[in-house]
Design a protein around this ligand. Structure first.
Ligand SMILES: [Zn+2]
Ligand SMILES: [Zn+2]
Length: 280
């Protein structure tokens, strides 16, 4: 499979496995290139991002593996960079000076004015219920509007090449329990966000992380959002968001079949340090 997988997490953040194990895993899956993208440190306490004190070690180790030539495939050093409202995440990690090949832009947090804190949108079902009920006065619409507003700010401020798990806010919205993802109000937010993505030349990733970890049947983003990407001519890429080496390229063959049926004819892959169209 001559494609790349540029989204994965090992021991440095919330995944399991050394970076070298992930490089081995990518070879086993027959990938052309692989990108390390552990969660960048953030100045908000959580259980999943890299410790600030480990950042240099992470980048050094990734760059050593990359330049060792021991793996026979292209290896790239990256980060998954969070946008958090009113917090300078880039300043906190000295982002501008880091020797990275790429980064993924993502949003995991929304700020609750009522509780005065940043809250994760991709927690457990109980945590999401608490977020809606206590953090946003029971108004799930306010949660997704805040979330997509943050995604648009992330797109405009960070101008990432890739937007990670675009509709992460829907993680716990099984059977549209909290909001109607085909409804006008929700899709209006999606449209505005896709317009910002198109304007800034950002690639939308199809992210299999929820599938490999067993809490989603389909990848992010939803089929309805992918159809809008197709209609707007927004480019897409496949990423596993693997949290262990065995999940690299998870479901890629099935996903390629599905998106071909939807009318996509190419995906973007990371080749020789650049994003290149690959014909399906
Ligand atoms: Zn993420
Ligand atoms: Zn991730």
């Amino acid at each position: 499979m001559l494609v790349s997988d540029m989204h994965m997490h090992g021991d440095y953040s919330d995944g399991a496995g050394r970076l070298s194990d992930f490089a081995d895993g990518a070879i086993e899956k027959g990938l052309m290139s692989v990108g390390f993208s552990d969660h960048a440190p953030v100045p908000v306490e959580n259980t999943w991002s890299m410790k600030r004190s480990l950042l240099d070690e992470y980048i050094n180790e990734a760059n050593e593996i990359k330049t060792s030539g021991a793996y026979g495939i292209d290896i790239f050093t990256g980060l998954e960079l969070d946008y958090i409202e009113d917090i300078d995440v880039r300043g906190y990690i000295g982002f501008e000076g880091l020797p990275l090949d790429f980064f993924l832009g993502s949003v995991h947090y929304v700020y609750s004015r009522r509780l005065g804190k940043h809250m994760e949108v991709d927690g457990t079902p109980d945590e999401f219920l608490f977020l809606v009920e206590e953090g946003f006065e029971g108004d799930a619409g306010k949660v997704f509007r805040t979330y997509y507003n943050n995604v648009r700010r992330m797109i405009r401020k960070y101008r990432p090449k890739i937007a990670a798990h675009l509709d992460l806010v829907s993680k716990n919205n099984v059977n549209f329990r909290f909001f109607d993802e085909s409804g006008k109000e929700y899709m209006a937010e999606v449209e505005k966000t896709l317009d910002a993505i198109k304007e800034n030349g950002v690639i939308v990733e199809i992210n299999a992380g929820g599938m490999s970890r067993g809490y989603m049947k389909n990848p992010y983003p939803s089929g309805k959002i992918l159809e809008r990407c197709r209609d707007k001519g927004i480019r897409i890429a496949l990423n596993s968001d693997a949290h262990r080496p065995a999940d690299i390229a998870y479901g890629f063959c099935d996903i390629i079949k599905q998106i071909r049926l939807m009318g996509f004819r190419e995906i973007m892959v990371f080749k020789n340090g650049e994003w290149t169209a690959f014909k399906l």
